[in-house]
Design a protein around this ligand. Structure first.
Ligand code: ISL
Ligand code: CA
Length: 548
């Protein structure tokens, strides 16, 4: 196996608005991140992915960019950015930027020009269509509720927006637009950026006949109509050939709708991306209505997702592993137990994340076991997806209490509360009023406390990251799942010609007997989350890693 840095990278995701506020305006910013670089370094991670920091009216957490060449004023300026990247490089950390090029803000000058008249030279930077039968051009739903088309007064035509009305989709068929995107990427790569996380890259090639969707299932609509368009691999290949191949850059595509069957079409061997984020597990508990239509999930389905995707990359390609990010509930609240077994299950999920094949991505706060945030009313939500979701739910007669239950389970606000640095009233995040409430459990769950406790969740993460780095088999070795007769046990080997490691995870509130299939395994325990580990029983949420 050829060794490459982006396969060995351990990435820490920073959501800048909620990481650290340096000037008391309640909003995290670049100088705040700079203050915390030593902390990030202390985790042992090797790269940082920053959510968007570009100029934006902030309709969708900065995923609505109005100027790709400047920094959001609340976050700082280009000098701060240069200091940030320098500070990272001095510490041996790589910087991965978020590139949002499926759409812009409607406040981007391109869109201003495009909407003005049908004859504008920028008209074709976006998709414009006349209506059909007094309504939108087709029945496509937006990710954020309602139609994906918006009628515009100026010309009486509709424009496409897969996300909010303030996020018109860019038209990648247009060669001038594609050149603008390449120039913009070069601008950031020339500044020393080491990687790009390409937002909804799976959707940039549209089916330009815009056929009506024939399914009421939202995730199927994504797969069949939004993602995997006819020119997707061509567009990715063009960026690679004309830009990425000229830099030492890591590319990771956000790939909703990409499946294990077609993922390789967009990856390395075909002149594509280095890796993608897939949503196998993330969409597992979504019913036909998507995020706000939760359905139960099973541990065996969860395991199957990892197996299926690892299989897809067994011969070529490369995966990524993540258990949460700014778009989903907190890892421990979703896959673990965030009350009685919060510490144990946080450590178990850490073990899972760092012993799987694929580049691991750690979301800020998960390293201290931060939990979901409970909105008390929808008016507390800061997320357009939840606010619009509530608007749509009301049309169906759903009560606020019922919608809140769902939003508090799966909404994006859960993961976006400020980072919990200490036990003070604003968690050490800000001296002003935070843009979003701090989760009050910061009195117990915070960095400064855990930094001093050898058995804390944070200390476990640091140790586990060290183990990942010390044992190349955890990066490159084959992944060999072991069947057991217990629905809650997740057992696998990582194996290379040099090394073999066994991972045993009990994803359950109850203890259970040690899996007989691996009972005879002899070796050295590299890490575990219980002091009293025995070969007889697995404790609740127990994780053990054994070097054979
Ligand atoms: O969360 C999802 C489904 O409900 C995902 O499909 C997610 O919305 C999708 O992957 C796109 O997410 C990305 O682009 C969005 C932005 O709001 C998200 O924060 C971003 O990660 C639009 O730019
Ligand atoms: Ca600030």
């Amino acid at each position: 196996m050829e060794r490459v840095w982006w396969k060995e990278a351990i990435v820490y995701q920073v959501y800048p608005r909620s990481f650290k506020d340096s000037n008391g305006d309640g909003i995290g910013d670049l100088p705040g991140i700079i203050e915390k670089l030593d902390y990030i370094k202390s985790l042992g991670v090797t790269a940082v992915w920053l959510n968007p920091i570009y100029q934006s009216p902030n309709e969708d957490g900065g995923y609505d960019i109005s100027d790709y060449y400047s920094i959001l004023k609340e976050f700082g300026n280009l000098q701060d950015f240069d200091r940030l990247i320098q500070g990272m490089h001095e510490r041996g950390l790589k910087l991965i930027m978020d590139l949002v090029v499926n759409h812009t803000s409607d406040e981007h000058p391109w869109f201003h020009a495009s909407r003005k008249s049908a004859g504008s030279p920028y008209r074709d930077y976006y998709f414009w269509k006349p209506g059909k039968n007094g309504g939108p051009p087709n029945n496509w739903p937006s990710f954020f509720g309602g139609s994906a088309w918006q009628l515009d007064e100026a010309t009486g035509e509709y424009y496409l927006h897969l996300f909010s009305v303030k996020q018109p989709d860019l038209n990648w068929e247009d060669t001038a637009l594609r050149k603008e995107v390449r120039d913009m990427m070069k601008f950031w790569l020339d500044k020393g950026v080491d990687g790009l996380r390409l937002d909804v890259i799976s959707a940039i090639s549209k089916r330009t006949s815009f056929p009506d969707a024939d399914t009421p299932d939202f995730n199927e609509t994504i797969r069949k109509y939004y993602a995997n368009g006819p020119r997707l691999s061509e567009f990715i290949g063009e960026m690679r050939e004309k830009v990425w191949n000229h830099y030492d850059v890591m590319t990771i595509g956000e790939g909703p709708g990409i499946t294990p069957d077609n993922a390789l079409d967009y990856l390395d061997e075909r002149q594509g991306l280095n890796m993608i984020f897939h949503f196998g597990h993330m969409f597992m508990d979504q019913g036909p209505g998507g995020r706000f239509d939760p359905v139960p999930w099973s541990k065996s389905d969860f395991r199957k997702v990892f197996m299926t995707w690892d299989n897809a990359f067994a011969k070529s390609g490369w995966g990524s592993i993540f258990l949460g990010n700014h778009d989903f509930a907190r890892m421990v609240s979703r896959w673990g137990n965030d009350s009685t077994f919060r510490e144990q299950s946080s450590k178990l999920l850490c073990t899972l994340l760092l012993t799987m094949r694929g580049t691991p991505f750690i979301f800020q706060g998960d390293e201290i076991g931060m939990t979901n945030f409970q909105l008390k009313s929808i008016s507390e939500s800061r997320d357009i997806e939840t606010i619009n979701g509530w608007r749509e739910a009301q049309k169906r007669g759903i009560t606020e209490a019922a919608f809140l239950r769902v939003a508090n389970y799966s909404g994006r606000d859960n993961a976006r509360t400020p980072m919990q640095w200490d036990n003070s009233s604003n968690a050490g995040f800000s001296t002003g009023t935070p843009w979003m409430p701090v989760n009050t459990n910061n009195v117990a769950i915070n960095v400064s406390r855990q930094e001093h406790e050898p058995d804390s969740v944070l200390s476990y993460w640091k140790k586990m990251i060290g183990i990942r780095k010390a044992h190349p088999v955890l990066t490159y070795g084959a992944y060999k799942p072991v069947e057991t007769d217990n629905e809650h046990l997740f057992v696998y080997y990582r194996e290379s010609p040099e090394e073999k490691i066994l991972v045993i995870l009990n994803m359950s509130d109850t203890d259970t007997k040690f899996p007989s299939a691996v009972r005879d395994a002899r070796g050295q325990v590299l890490i575990g989350n219980y002091a009293n580990q025995t070969k007889d029983r697995m404790n609740s949420w127990e994780a053990i890693v054994i070097q054979l």
